[in-house]
Write a protein that binds this ligand. Structure first.
Ligand code: GRF
Length: 216
């Protein structure tokens, strides 16, 4: 069984989706630790409900990003997890930490990367009248929301979509796709070598990554 650490900053609904998939044995893994940069993150409450160890590293207590990263690095070293998931973790990590853990650190981002790295992705989709929206799961590199893509989930933007409905629909596909990808990583069916993602026993569609369209 693989050990998993999840980094969060907010609600933690994706964290809970992963914990549930571990509990029901869909994922052959265990969330051993949840780390947040934010004391008020509701995800911490969710983790405690499942008796999962939580740690807060409050970024406001550090004068620079390097010191915050050093503290996080030391904790990640101690935990020595097989997989580190950034699920709604709203801090940019520096080159040192992403180099060290990059081959076992994945990020969930609510856009069809390389479109819209950074914040406010849903608003950008609406403002630009995009036909599609979606989520990306990728290995983490030193570049913001960069790093080799593993999978994307796509939805069609509906005529009457607004910010709330889009966020809601994106969350729904995140809660399906992220546990699926974590499952495959824990099975050893997805891995990173250099900057190339390798897949085993998984159907690959276009662009060499998993792309699924959801009717949600
Ligand atoms: C998700 O939409 C994720 O893509 C983004 O932040 C959100 C986190 O949601 N990076 P939650 O905290 O898992 O509910």
């Amino acid at each position: 069984m693989k050990t998993i650490t999840v980094l969060i900053s907010g609600s933690g609904s994706n964290l809970e989706a992963i914990i549930n998939s571990c509990d029901t044995k869909k994922i052959d893994g265990e969330v051993i630790s949840v780390i947040s940069n934010n004391h008020d993150a509701y995800g911490l409450t969710r983790a405690k409900k499942f008796n999962i160890n939580t740690t807060v590293i409050d970024h406001k207590l550090y004068t620079n990003r390097e010191d915050f990263d050093l503290e996080l690095e030391s904790l990640l070293d101690q935990l020595d997890s097989d997989l580190i998931i950034l699920a709604g973790f709203m801090r940019i990590l520096g080159e040192k930490i992403t180099k060290k853990f990059g081959n076992k650190m994945i990020n969930l981002h609510p856009s069809l990367l390389p479109l819209y790295p950074g914040l406010n992705t849903h608003k950008k989709v609406l403002d630009n009248k995009d036909k599609n929206h979606g989520v990306s799961i990728h290995y983490v590199s030193g570049e913001l929301d960069g790093g080799p893509l593993i999978a994307q989930g796509i939805i069609k933007v509906k005529k009457n979509d607004n910010l709330d409905s889009l966020i809601n629909r994106i969350h729904k596909i995140e809660h399906i796709l992220l546990p699926e990808i974590v499952k495959q990583i824990c099975l050893g069916n997805i891995s990173l070598n250099g900057d190339k993602v390798f897949y085993n026993n998984i159907k690959l569609l276009d662009k060499g990554l998993i792309r699924k369209t959801y009717e949600i």
